[in-house]
Design a protein around this ligand. Structure first.
Ligand code: NIG
Ligand code: FE
Length: 422
């Protein structure tokens, strides 16, 4: 039998055990075990409980030992919405916005997403790869163990495939788990400016059929004012589904377009943003299995007061998840702890709701809730250790990184640990 690892010294072990996905009041129970311990074998959890109970098991005697010496332990964060592969930055636009220009004005003038597209097209794959690898280490340092990553800064067949291959390369070299999403429908590229239908045809007939073979699992569309219409999004997502890509949608961020209702109609895995949803949209989302992925980093970075109505969504019974939306234009952060702080103070989610949204519900939206998102027997030992006494301190001390150790499938991704032979 392979070697086991006994992890002890978990002052507060948040298991997130319970119903999947989490809705309503069930989001408030993080399944805490005080003075907890875990037994791990082959990267999976074999036992979880109080330290006393776990240490009584015979199979712990010869296990390697890792004493965490206190701290709060959570399932590793599942960041279910990022645009990981990009080049350059948009600090200049940041400054322009501070001086009064809006995100959409900058985009209409040829900046915004299209300015990052120019840089990504010009960048070699190995440069994109090296940069993304560094970001991946940073994600791990903040307690994230799984990252969804979208293409969408290429917008030509070769550049989109270049991004998806960077992601496939990262999957082979990084232990942090990376889930690829194809997002060729981010905006219409400049060479198709007056011919959006020709770009749609290119995506549907030439690009989508090949991206499923490049490791993409999902297809996403930016369905919003200045990007793609509901009708265009329906066509693209339907074509994606026919090639095995499950739909996700950027919905109701800049304007209320009906994209959230499209997500419900298509049984999308996720509808993301949702700042502009109306009461009927909330009812429709709540009655569906679509995960509502909220991205408060965008409102924070863009200086907008209109955060998504998390409270109304949760109280109506919707499945709510949280993610960073890490990207150079609207949310240049990869810190899920900061996202929890924003969710709590700006969207009135409780710390327990925010943690469930950032772990088990995000895992559900990535179709991985059977493997990750909670610390339960049979699941991967993906966890993050925080130098704190109470989990509520994670959002409370905002902008501070409390994570001292991150583990993926039982091996250390970030931080140091002294393991003792059994
Ligand atoms: O999720 N809204 C569309 N896409 C990104 C922004 C991308 C960018 O500005 O570069 C988002 O906010
Ligand atoms: Fe996004």
């Amino acid at each position: 039998m392979s070697e086991a690892l006994l992890i002890t010294g978990c002052k507060q072990l948040l298991t997130l055990r319970g119903p999947v996905p989490r809705r309503g009041r069930a989001l408030r129970d993080p399944g805490i075990i005080p003075d907890g311990a875990l037994l791990v074998r082959d990267g999976r959890i074999v036992a979880v409980g109080t330290q006393k109970a776990i240490e009584r098991r015979k199979d712990t005697r010869r296990a390697k030992k890792l004493d965490l010496g206190g701290g709060v332990i959570l399932p590793g964060f599942v960041d279910s919405h990022t645009h990981l592969v990009f080049a350059g930055n948009r600090a200049e636009e940041y400054e322009q916005r501070i001086s009064g220009a809006t995100y959409e004005q900058i985009a209409r003038a040829g900046g915004g997403i299209l300015s990052t597209v120019r840089k990504v097209r010009a960048a070699d794959a190995d440069v994109l790869f090296a940069r993304a690898s560094r970001w991946i280490s940073d994600f791990a340092a903040y307690g994230t163990t799984t990252v969804e990553a979208k293409s969408g800064y290429g917008l030509s067949p070769t550049s989109e495939v270049k991004i998806l291959r960077v992601l496939a390369g990262l999957r082979c070299t990084q232990r942090l788990e990376i889930v690829s999403t194809f997002m060729g429908a981010h905006v219409v590229p400049v060479e198709f400016r007056n011919r959006p239908d020709a770009y749609m045809d290119l995506l549907i007939h030439k690009v989508i059929p090949v991206v499923a073979t490049e490791g993409a699992e999902f297809c996403d569309v930016f369905c919003d004012r200045g990007a793609f219409t509901v009708e265009q999004a329906r066509r693209i997502l339907t074509a994606g589904r026919a090639c095995g890509l499950a739909p996700r949608i950027h919905a109701e961020q800049l304007a209320r377009t009906g994209a959230a209702r499209l997500a419900v109609e298509l049984h999308a895995a996720s509808a993301d943003h949702l700042e502009k949803v109306n009461a009927a949209d909330i009812r429709a989302l709540a009655a569906s299995d679509v995960t509502c992925t909220l991205l408060p980093g965008c409102c924070f970075h863009l200086g907008l007061a209109h955060y998504a109505p998390a409270r109304k969504l949760i109280d109506a019974g919707a499945i709510v998840a949280l993610a960073t939306d890490f990207n150079p234009g609207t949310s240049p952060t990869l810190n899920m702890q900061m996202v929890l702080s924003l969710a709590c103070t700006q969207m009135r989610m409780t710390p327990a709701e925010a943690i469930a949204a950032a772990t088990i519900n995000a895992a559900y939206s990535l179709r991985r809730a059977d493997r990750i998102g909670s610390l339960e027997v049979g699941k991967f030992a993906d966890l993050a250790v925080f130098n704190l006494e109470d989990y509520r301190e994670i959002p409370y001390y905002f902008g501070v990184n409390h994570c001292r150790l991150t583990m993926k499938r039982g091996s250390v991704l970030h931080g140091s640990s002294k393991m003792q032979e059994g």
